[in-house]
Design a binder for this molecule. Structure first.
Ligand code: SAM
Ligand code: SF4
Length: 462
């Protein structure tokens, strides 16, 4: 395959960009017209550093969110299955050279206990995370996915299992596909090959191209629901934003469908972190780059994680992030521990997280800000793939499917897991959203379904 990332091309776009007021405004309005941006246009936005223009870009992202996506935020939790790793990623606590880390792979019993604890908190969507190691081959991963789907604690069940694991070959991806995964995520970390070589010091992950083409192999194996990402802080953030846009273009050109999601983890403190600090991304740059990504790829899901503190999360949510994690605990086996999550032991975990609020606290916070927390998995289970694209492009899709399904999953949570105060708050939100809906048969059928949830029926969706 011809390499689709050309650093000279990317730097050419950045260096030649002329971010005049008129040009920046023209580009923002193109995005508000629901058209994706070219690399050249994205380069203009990353070069617009005038504070007034940066504000306009952020405002643009907020308007796009309000115009297109409404108020739902999908919640998920990460679950670390094993931290054995043969690679030497300079930024990661799990690197093979880190002898301070206790290496653990969950046994099947441990895994069941973790999933039960997650279900008991109200989670419905997980992302399973693995180091890169021969132990974690495709069969092992597929088996862990099957176990997760099989666990039921009371009314709890996990309805969607996503994966963040090392690249596979095509046969490996086929095996994983058969276990009915949701999204397969592989982050390129940095699209800049020279930097990539500097931070990946050993193991299979040293091979830039094997990683860059991972999701093409996934596509060939029939996995068309994929997530890309860059680890911000390794190289110039402007280059990485264009790298993500180029990767998206590549998917659209070759497979006719872009990635389902884009992640933008930012480097956090980790045990034996050993990187050149010159590209660390400030809060101001970070919020700006997320707004730019929203405008550049207006129909791709954006995932924000607990790596970021609550204050940053709150700002970025306004730019149309579609998914966040809640109640995150990245300690191996951490969810099933009885005691309250205390301070992180950095020698036990991949990196420092900055938002350790419980799922219920996050739910309350979202509800207070008029967001609808959602555990919806209906598109995936009804075989409607590319739902984010449909939300964006099919008129009425959000009103007809996403919002009602979000309310139904919220009602389930309120019935099964919420303390009384959250329950009251949540039902007030549901009433408010119902009151905002037109009086029609659709509203009636949603009201009927909400009553059924109160009577104990579960997993109802449109
Ligand atoms: N081991 C697999 C891999 O490398 O693809 C699975 C994913 S790894 C456990 C999850 C992601 O965490 C990495 O892709 C990387 O982007 C991110 N990560 C690693 N170290 C980090 C750090 N210090 N701060 C923030 N994110 C980090
Ligand atoms: Fe291993 Fe992934 Fe960490 Fe690299 S980022 S050391 S591959 S767990």
């Amino acid at each position: 395959m011809k390499p689709f990332i050309d650093p000279e091309e990317i730097w050419g776009f950045i260096n030649n960009a002329k971010p005049s007021k008129e040009r920046v405004r023209g580009i923002i309005s193109k995005s508000l017209d629901k058209q994706r941006l070219t690399m050249e246009e994205t380069a203009v936005l990353v070069q617009a550093s005038d504070p007034g223009l940066v504000e306009e870009i952020k405002e643009g992202a907020k308007i796009l969110k309000e115009k297109v996506y409404g108020q739902r935020i999908v919640l998920f939790a990460p679950l670390y299955i094993g931290n054995l790793c043969i690679n030497k990623c300079a930024y990661c606590g799990f690197k093979s050279t880190n002898k301070a880390i206790r290496r653990i792979t969950l046994t099947n019993e441990d895994l069941v206990a973790q999933v039960k604890a997650l279900e008991d908190a109200g989670q419905k969507r997980l992302i399973l995370v693995y180091g890169e190691h021969p132990t974690y081959d495709a069969r092992f991963i597929a088996e862990t996915v099957r176990i997760v789907y099989s666990v039921h604690s009371g009314p709890g069940e996990i309805r969607r299992v996503n994966i963040n694991a090392a690249p596979m070959d095509i046969d490996g991806f086929r095996i994983i596909k058969d276990s009915k995964i949701g999204t397969y995520q592989v982050f390129q970390e940095t699209y800049h090959e020279e930097t990539y070589a500097k931070v990946h010091l050993g193991g299979i992950k040293r091979n830039y191209e094997w990683r860059l083409t991972a999701l093409d192999r996934a596509q060939e194996a029939g996995i068309d629901d994929v997530g890309i990402g860059a680890l911000f802080g390794l190289y110039d953030w402007r280059f990485e934003v264009l790298g993500l846009v180029r990767h998206t273009n590549h998917f659209e050109a070759v497979y006719n469908v872009g990635p389902h999601t884009i992640s933008f983890p930012r480097i956090q403190y980790a045990s034996q972190l050993n990187i050149d600090k010159s590209h660390i991304v400030s809060d101001a740059e970070f919020t700006r780059l997320v707004a730019i990504l929203r405008l550049a790829v207006p129909y791709t899901g954006l995932i924000l994680t607990a790596r970021e503190p609550a204050s940053i999360r709150d700002e970025i949510l306004q730019f149309g992030v579609s998914q966040i994690d809640g109640g995150t605990n990245i300690e191996m086996g951490g969810y099933a521990k009885q005691e309250q999550a205390g301070a992180q032991d950095i020698d036990m975990e991949q990196f420092q997280i900055n938002d350790n609020r419980s799922l219920n606290e996050i739910m309350e916070e979202l509800i207070q800000h008029d967001y609808i927390p959602s555990f919806c998995t209906s598109c995936y289970r009804r075989g409607r793939t590319g739902e984010h694209f449909m939300e964006f492009s099919v008129p009425g899709f959000i009103k007809k499917f996403c919002q009602p399904n979000a309310l139904l999953t919220l009602a389930e949570y309120l019935e099964d897991y919420a303390p009384e105060a959250t329950r009251v708050m949540g039902y007030n939100l549901i009433q408010k959203k119902l009151a905002e809906m037109d009086e029609d048969s659709f509203k009636n059928s949603l009201t009927e379904k909400l009553d059924l949830v109160k009577e104990g029926k579960r997993d109802l969706y449109f």
